[in-house]
Ligand binder design. Structure first.
Ligand code: RB5
Length: 149
């Protein structure tokens, strides 16, 4: 388990309230939530917010990132373009556990138009408390990293 307790959060306009609720929840659980917005409801562009959060994780400032948009799909795609990022989009607890245990995901994407806040918080809990399994999964993650070279 990482000693870095910093978790960056970002979203587009579709998920501001969900993001703020997750930030409060993980703070109560002892994580340091780095919420980089946005805070106002104007329509905005998810690739910029996905990239901004991904850079905080890729450069080591934050251990994990949680990013949200309407579906989770677009912001996940943007984050995964940043070298060093492995971001899974999850709508259930099992997938969140597996993307940590098998894929060593360092970012989690979710959709505020797909799941409710209670489910999102459950998924975040599973993501942040599941360790990478290593072993054969390590071999496969190294193969993903090699694709970036
Ligand atoms: C915004 O309307 C919506 O396209 C965005 O939040 C997200 O769902 C994209 O993947």
């Amino acid at each position: 388990m990482t000693t870095n307790k910093r978790v960056v959060l970002s979203s587009d306009h579709a998920a501001i309230e969900m993001r703020q609720e997750i930030a409060a929840h993980i703070t109560a659980k002892g994580w340091e939530a780095i919420d980089i917005g946005p805070t106002t409801p104007e329509s905005t562009h998810y690739p910029a917010h996905g990239e901004a959060a991904a850079r905080r994780v890729a450069d080591g400032d934050c251990a994990f990132g949680i990013i949200l948009c309407g579906t989770g799909q677009g912001i996940m795609m943007a984050a995964n373009k940043v070298k060093g990022i492995r971001c899974g989009v999850c709508s259930d607890v099992f997938s969140a556990q597996m993307t940590r245990e098998h894929n060593d995901a360092n970012m989690l994407a979710m959709g505020a138009r797909v799941i409710d806040n209670a489910k999102a918080i459950e998924i975040v809990g599973a993501f942040l408390t599941t360790d990478f399994g290593g072993g054969r999964h390590g071999t496969r993650v190294e193969m993903i990293k090699a694709l970036e070279a």
